[in-house]
Design a protein around this ligand. Structure first.
Ligand code: FAD
Length: 323
């Protein structure tokens, strides 16, 4: 059963975020041979349409307006609803990011549509599309279908592989006039916290520190290991609460949910609230000096030892492999 599916691209610092390409791949499954239409919303974002097409979109609908320079649920929902009105899609997919988590429910409510959030896998089964999503803080998975109306879902980053980029692909990139009305709240300025290196939510490798790291300086060996692996540094809430690092690094129930290929937990006990944010990582390595630490129950590889000895050793060995 072929379908027309809208995939909303997410732009950050003038580029599409990886999750947009992953969501296009999910869109292909939902479309079942039908059309995948990329949607770009923002100010001066049209050029990125080519990227969406090279990663699998058939064509792209663009809503550009100065009022859409920064994300606002008011502005972006007006824009997306205008595209939905003109395209009349059978499905809509958005990345399960801060933007997607805000935009999708608002638009779904306006459409009176069902919404499946935080999907980690998509498959077609007969007349339905089946989405898999974690429940109970990642302790179990449920499979869900939408039985009536638009198939609307958000896709968790780092779970669905994007398609190979094909530079020979072409398609129409058309502007939709959404007639964006004045926004009720206007963002005057965005002041960013300085963060270096790889974006935590999209990192393929995360080296995370807990209270066992003992100080802000204690994070240095973790950063060195993350650097040689091309990864990012994360943290438990224990480490954030202790003032060793910024809360923007916090992983867990009340922090970021991550699913990297490799998660190295250093000096983290493995509280349920931390596991909620990382237990679906593909490979988990735990370094802890307490052999009874709960983190070892979810780890694929466990190293019982002092992180200040183990982490620099790992860094040295990985450097040797790279020479
Ligand atoms: P600890 O539990 O103190 O563990 C430190 C570990 O380091 C120990 O296992 C110890 O053996 C080990 N260690 C010490 N020294 C060394 C060394 N030299 N080498 C190796 N190992 C060493 N937590 C989160 O992480 N994320 C969340 O989003 C989150 N949300 C929460 C929400 C709520 C509502 C509540 C109530 C709690 C939440 N928490 C969250 C807190 C959570 O319950 C734990 O308190 C927290 O995860 C503990 O952090 P930790 O593992 O770093 O510290």
């Amino acid at each position: 059963m072929s379908r027309k599916v809208l995939v909303v691209g997410e732009v950050r610092d003038g580029s599409l975020r990886n999750v947009s390409y992953e969501t296009i791949a999910a869109g292909k499954t939902v479309a079942e041979g039908g059309e995948v239409v990329g949607v770009l919303i923002g100010d001066a974002v049209k050029d990125l349409g080519k990227d969406m097409i090279q990663y699998g979109a058939d064509r792209v609908a663009v809503v550009e307006d100065e009022k859409l320079k920064s994300y606002s649920s008011d502005g972006f929902s007006q824009a997306l609803l205008a595209v939905i009105e003109s395209e009349k899609p059978d499905g809509i997919l958005i990345g399960h990011t801060a933007l997607g988590k805000d935009l999708a429910p608002k638009v779904a409510a306006k459409l009176d549509a069902g919404l499946i959030s935080d999907a980690t896998a998509v498959e077609s089964a007969g007349e339905h599309v089946v989405f898999t999503r974690p429940i109970y803080s990642g302790k179990a998975f449920e499979k869900k279908i939408i039985t009536d109306g638009i198939i609307f879902a958000t896709i968790r980053p780092n779970n669905i592989s994007p398609l190979e980029k094909d530079e020979s692909r072409t398609g129409d990139i058309e502007t939709v006039d959404a007639g964006i009305k004045d926004l009720r709240a206007i963002i005057k300025e965005v002041v960013r916290k300085v963060s270096e290196g790889v974006d935590l939510s999209e990192a393929k490798v995360i080296v995370s520190g807990g209270r066992g790291v003992k100080s802000a300086d204690g994070f240095k060996p973790l950063k060195e290991l993350a650097d040689v692996l091309g990864g990012a540094v994360g943290a438990s809430r224990g480490a954030c609460d202790a003032g060793y690092c910024d809360y923007s690094l916090q992983i867990g129930q009340t922090g970021k949910v991550v699913t990297p290929d490799l998660y190295i937990a250093c000096g983290i006990s493995g509280a349920i609230q931390h596991l909620a944010g990382m237990s679906n990582s593909k490979v988990i390595v735990a370094i802890n000096k307490d052999p009874e630490a709960n983190i070892f129950n979810v780890a694929d590889y466990g190293i019982v030892g002092d992180l200040f000895e183990v982490v620099p050793l790992l860094t040295e060995e990985i450097k040797k492999l790279k020479v």
